[in-house]
Design a protein around this ligand. Structure first.
Ligand code: GDP
Ligand code: MG
Length: 365
């Protein structure tokens, strides 16, 4: 299972700058044989204080954080949905990611702005409109497919057609598929969304790329935040160029530089944590003498499935899960003490893994 966030936005918004900043600072090292999947894709480590605390009481040889994939998708331009500027190819790449980081340019400067001056809300609108139009085209194709069956009176086909028409109207009104609901036909709607896989159904974070030397770019952040709130999404501001420069420095020099700039913290940790919550992930920890490791699973994952994240044998031969909340383990100081105090629970395969669980799976090989 690989969960992927894609950087999208207009050309020259700072996507590649951010991609390089994140992959330099958070690049996965061991135990994978490669840190880059493709020139524009990287595996990113997600730092986790809970993992550090668990490792501090279990003393493993190795501590392995959970990871995500990040993809730098080439810039989208006006009329991409109609094939402009390799549009279909770009939209195809967006279709492959699970969540969107929509980078919005809030800095001026020499790098040409494809649309003229700095205007983040206009820029967001251009990109979001392209995604909406691409989704609308996909819904219309699905409608054309289902129409013949619906005409014969097939009940499921008619229900699907009704949902698709509702979705088309929703998109035409400029609203993203992620806010589309059909309370009276929730299951049919979920099936349609699962089949059409609209781009605008993916969760999105608007990333305002600010300029540390341009005080005006803070006002742009306000505008992006207001837009995001109106769209039921979140926004985050950071200094892309500065983050890249900091990522290129040795850690001690980077902290000195940060202090000199009067910045208390970097933006990248906030960004990678936001990716994790955007994807709706829970983290669980596995503990062995050799290795303590963090794993991501979608919220609502059963224990047996979570075991399968570690090894398919563990899922197949699943017997039970021994679960301790990470803070209970840290408070007790050891697994044995946690067992003595009764905070270690035995759970079956149907148990829904909670964020922060420390789990040892028992399985028959
Ligand atoms: N001033 C300033 N320039 C930036 C910032 N981020 C990126 N740039 C510049 O904007 C240009 C385009 O950046 P790039 O990351 O290639 O944009 P992309 O087309 O979205 O991938 C480059 O010249 C960057 O150096 C920023 O935060 N502030
Ligand atoms: Mg680029």
């Amino acid at each position: 299972m690989s969960l992927t966030c894609g950087l999208i936005g207009l050309p020259n918004a700072g996507k590649s700058t951010l991609f390089r900043a994140v992959t330099l600072a958070h690049a996965e090292i061991a135990p994978y044989p490669f840190t880059t999947i493709a020139p524009n894709a990287g595996v990113v480590r997600i730092p986790d204080d809970r993992l550090t605390a668990v490792a501090a009481v279990t003393h493993p040889d190795r501590v392995v954080p959970a990871t995500l994939e990040l993809v730098d998708i080439a810039g989208l331009v006006r009329n991409a949905h109609a094939g402009e500027g390799l549009g279909n190819q770009f939209l195809g790449h967006i279709r492959e990611v699970d969540a969107l980081l929509h980078v919005v340019r809030c800095f001026g400067g020499p790098a040409a702005h494809v649309e003229g001056g700095v205007d983040p809300v206009r820029d967001i609108g251009i990109v979001d409109t392209e995604l909406l139009l691409a989704d609308l085209a996909a819904v219309e194709r699905a409608l054309a497919q289902v129409a013949p069956r619906a005409r014969t009176g097939d009940r499921a086909a008619r229900e699907e057609e009704a949902v698709l028409k509702g979705l088309a109207a929703h998109l035409s009104a400029g609203r993203p598929a992620r806010s589309f609901t059909v309370p009276q036909a929730a299951e049919a709607a979920a099936q349609v969304i699962g089949r059409v896989r609209p781009l605008t159904a993916r969760p999105v974070l608007y990333v305002a790329n600010l300029d540390d030397r341009d005080p005006g770019s803070r006002a742009a952040l306000d505008a992006v935040e207001r837009y995001a709130a109106g769209a039921g999404a979140r926004a985050l501001g950071l200094y892309g160029q500065l983050e890249l420069e900091l990522s290129e420095l040795p850690p001690d020099e980077a902290s000195q530089f940060l202090a000199a700039l009067d910045l208390s913290e970097r933006g990248l940790p906030r960004l990678v944590q936001a990716c994790r919550s955007l994807l709706g992930l829970h983290t669980f920890f596995s503990i062995a003498s050799a290795e303590v490791r963090a794993w991501h699973v979608p919220a609502g994952t059963r224990a047996s499935k979570a075991a399968g994240r570690i090894h398919t044998d563990m899922e197949r031969g699943f017997i039970r899960a021994e679960v301790i909340a990470w803070d209970d383990l840290v408070a007790c100081g050891s697994v044995a003490a946690a067992r003595d105090r009764g905070v270690l629970r035995l759970e079956g395969k149907e148990y829904l893994v909670r964020d922060g669980d420390v789990i040892t799976f028992r399985f028959a090989a």
